[in-house]
Design a protein around this ligand. Structure first.
Ligand SMILES: Cc1cc2nc3c(=O)[nH]c(=O)nc-3n(C[C@H](O)[C@H](O)[C@H](O)COP(=O)(O)OP(=O)(O)OC[C@H]3O[C@@H](n4cnc5c(N)ncnc54)[C@H](O)[C@@H]3O)c2cc1C
Length: 546
C-alpha cells in the first residue's frame, strides 16, 4: 500500500519561488509540503544574480532578509557595479554605480539610491540564495520539505487534490486542499491543467559558461564589478561575478547568424570575451546553451491548482526580473490562499490572483523582450575603433559608453518593476476613479491609488512603515479622528484581521485620512470618511459577493 500524507498546501518545486511561497504560507499559519526533485543540498545551476528590492521587502517581513544578505556570495566590499569594457581585461569605458553589500543601506548615490524602501536590492547568485531559503524553510515547523521527491501527477476532487509522488522509497500520495505548481519552465503542472504556453519563441541565443578562473581579477585593468559587459566588434558578452574571487558566469550572446550552438567554439569565444590568450587557464564548471524566449501561460489556475513563477511565465533574463516576478506571484497568492483556508475569505478571492498577476507578467515580459532587443542592437553596433589607443578611439568609447549606460541603467535599477506596477483590473480592489500614475521600467511615482503598492516611509520613531503594518489588513490613518469604527466592525463581523495604525507623518504621501493596506502591501481602499457600506467593502476585499 502506498504511503500517504496530508497537508493544506502542496508546493511542487523547491526553487526560489516555491520556497518563498512555502515560507509565506507557513508564516500565515498554513501547513505546507514542498516536494522537490533535487536531493537535499544540491544547488541549482548558476542563474539569477539579483534579488529585487520588492523581494527583499518580502524577506524582511518573513524575518530572513539578514540571512539572505549574509549568505555566501560576493564579499561585503565587492563592487556591485555594472562595468562596460572592450573585454573583461580590456579598457573600461563606462560604469553604473551600485553600492556594495556593506554600503547597501547607507549609500544613496547611484540610480537606485533614491528608492523609498527599507530593503534595497541584493546581488547574490541563486546557488547561494536557494540554500539560504531552504535553511529558513527547514527551521519552520509548518513546512515539510520532501527532497528527492518528484510529483508525477494529481487528481482534483471537489474538496481537494490528491497528488502522486515518488521518492527513493517508492510511491507517495499527498492529499492537499490546494496544489501550487512552482515547477519551473518545463512545468508538468502547467501541462496537467491544460494551460497553453505561448509568446515569442526566439529572442536571443546564449551560450552560458560557469567558469572557475582564479587569475581573472588580477588581470583586470579596472576594479572588478558584479556585472561586466564585454563589448567589441568580434564578440559581446556579460560576465557575472559569483563569489567575488574565482567563479564567473559568462553569457556569450550569439549573433543572429549563429543559429547552431554546436558550431560556436566555446573556448575561443571565452578567450575573446575575457581578452586572454591561450596560456590563460580556466576550468569550466558547467555550461548551458539556451534560447531566451517570452512565453506566458494562458491561465494561471484550474480549480484548486495554481501556477507560480517560471511555470507561469518566462522571458529573457534581462531587466533582472524573472525570478523576482515569480516571487511577486507567490506573495500575491500566499495571503489569498491563507485567508481562504483560514475561513474568513471566500474562495472567490482566489480569482483575483490571475486577474492581478496575468496583466503584470504580460507587461514585464514585454519590457524584458524590448530591453533584450535594444541591447542586441547595441551589440551589433559597437564602433570599429572602440579598442583604438587614439583620440578617435577615446571618443568612440565615450559616446558608446554613454549609450550603453542609458540603455542598461533601467534594467539594472528597475524601480518601476519593483514598485510602480499596480493592479487595475482586480475584483477585490475598491477603485475610486483616480488613475494610478504611469511608470516605466525604472521610474515610478509612489501612490495610494487603490491597486498600487502602499508608499513606504520611515516613521517618526525610526521604524519602517512596513515593520509597523499588521500581518493582514491594516487601516492606516493619517488623522486619528478619522472614523475607522464601521470598517473595524465589518472586518470583525467577518473575522477579517484588521490592524489600525495611526501615522500622522504619512499625510504628505497618503492624501486620504484612511488607507486600507492589504496583506501584500497593496492598497485595497482609501477614503476620508467611512465607506458607505463597510460590510460590502469588506466582503469585496475578501472575494465574497456583497
Ligand atoms: C542564465 C539565467 C540567468 C538568469 N538571471 C536572472 C536574473 O538576473 N534575475 C531574475 O529575476 N531571474 C533570472 N533568471 C531567471 C530565474 O533563474 C528563474 O526565473 C527562476 O529560477 C524561477 O524560479 P522558479 O522557482 O519559478 O523555477 P525553478 O528555479 O526552475 O525551480 C523549479 C523547481 O521545481 C523542481 N521541479 C520540477 N518539476 C518537479 C516535479 N515534478 N516535482 C518536484 N519538483 C519539481 C525543479 O527541480 C526546480 O528546483 C535567470 C535565468 C537564467 C537561465
Amino acid at each position: 500500500m502506498s504511503r500517504r500524507i496530508a497537508t493544506q498546501v502542496l508546493v511542487v518545486g523547491g526553487g526560489p519561488v516555491g520556497l518563498t511561497l512555502a515560507l509565506d504560507l507557513a508564516w500565515r499559519g498554513i501547513a505546507v509540503v514542498v516536494a522537490e526533485t533535487r536531493a537535499r543540498g544540491v544547488p541549482p545551476s548558476v542563474k539569477c544574480n539579483h534579488v529585487a528590492a520588492r523581494t527583499m521587502e518580502a524577506y524582511r517581513r518573513l524575518g530572513i532578509a539578514r540571512a539572505v544578505r549574509e549568505a555566501p556570495g560576493l564579499p561585503a566590499d565587492f563592487p556591485n557595479d555594472v562595468a562596460f569594457r572592450t573585454t573583461t581585461t580590456g579598457i573600461e569605458f563606462a560604469r553604473i554605480h551600485i553600492p556594495c553589500r556593506a554600503d547597501r543601506y547607507t549609500d544613496r548615490s547611484g540610480p537606485d539610491g533614491w528608492w523609498p524602501t527599507p530593503e534595497p536590492p541584493h546581488r547574490i547568485n541563486q546557488i547561494y540564495l536557494e540554500p539560504a531559503l531552504a535553511a529558513a524553510a527547514a527551521a519552520v515547523p509548518g513546512i515539510t520539505l520532501l527532497w528527492a521527491t518528484r510529483v508525477t501527477g494529481f487528481t482534483e476532487t471537489a474538496v481537494g487534490v490528491r497528488a502522486e509522488a515518488r521518492d527513493a522509497v517508492g510511491a507517495l500520495a499527498i492529499d492537499c486542499a490546494y496544489l501550487i505548481g512552482c515547477d519551473g519552465a518545463g512545468s508538468e503542472t502547467r501541462r496537467a491543467i491544460g494551460a497553453s504556453f505561448s509568446g515569442d519563441a526566439l529572442i536571443q541565443r546564449t551560450q552560458s559558461t560557469d567558469l572557475r578562473a582564479p587569475d581573472l581579477i588580477a588581470r583586470m585593468a579596472a576594479p572588478p564589478a558584479w556585472s561586466t559587459q564585454s563589448l567589441n566588434p568580434r564578440r559581446s558578452a556579460n560576465i557575472f561575478a559569483i563569489d567575488g574571487r574565482e567563479r564567473f558566469l559568462v553569457h556569450n550572446y550569439l549573433r543572429p547568424d549563429e543559429t547552431d550552438f554546436a558550431a560556436v567554439d566555446r573556448d575561443r569565444c571565452l578567450r575573446l570575451i575575457l581578452g586572454v590568450d591561450q596560456d590563460f587557464r580556466f576550468e569550466i564548471l558547467g555550461q548551458e546553451d539556451w534560447i531566451g524566449r517570452r512565453m506566458l501561460a494562458d491561465r494561471f489556475r484550474r480549480g484548486r491548482v495554481f501556477l507560480c513563477g517560471d511555470a507561469a511565465h518566462i522571458w529573457v533574463p534581462f531587466a533582472g526580473y524573472g525570478m523576482n516576478a515569480g516571487i511577486a506571484d507567490a506573495m500575491n497568492l500566499s495571503w489569498m490562499l491563507a485567508a481562504v483556508l483560514a475561513g474568513w475569505a471566500d474562495p472567490g478571492l482566489l480569482d483575483a490572483h490571475e486577474a492581478e498577476r496575468w496583466p503584470i507578467t504580460e507587461q514585464v515580459s514585454h519590457y524584458a523582450m524590448n530591453t533584450a532587443q535594444a541591447l542586441a542592437a547595441a551589440r551589433g553596433a559597437v564602433p570599429a575603433e572602440i579598442e583604438d589607443a587614439t583620440d578617435a578611439g577615446a571618443g568612440a568609447r565615450a559616446r558608446f559608453g554613454a549609450h550603453v549606460t542609458t540603455l542598461n541603467t533601467p534594467q539594472y535599477c528597475c524601480g518601476g518593476l519593483n514598485f510602480g506596477y499596480f493592479y487595475d483590473r482586480s475584483p477585490i480592489v475598491a477603485y475610486d476613479g483616480e488613475d494610478a500614475p504611469g511608470y516605466s521600467m525604472d521610474q515610478f511615482t509612489p501612490s495610494t491609488v487603490p491597486g498600487c503598492r502602499a508608499p513606504h516611509l520611515w516613521l517618526a520613531d525610526g521604524r519602517s512603515l512596513y515593520d509597523a503594518l499588521g500581518p493582514w489588513f491594516t487601516a492606516l490613518r493619517t488623522d486619528a479622528r478619522a472614523d475607522v469604527a464601521p470598517l473595524a466592525a465589518a472586518a470583525a463581523a467577518r473575522g477579517m484581521p484588521l490592524a489600525v495604525l495611526d501615522v500622522p507623518e504619512a499625510a504628505p504621501l497618503y492624501p486620504r485620512r484612511m488607507t486600507l493596506i492589504r496583506p501584500d502591501q497593496h492598497v485595497g481602499w482609501r477614503g476620508d470618511v467611512p465607506p458607505a457600506d463597510a460590510r460590502a467593502l469588506v466582503a469585496r476585499l475578501c472575494g465574497a459577493p456583497p
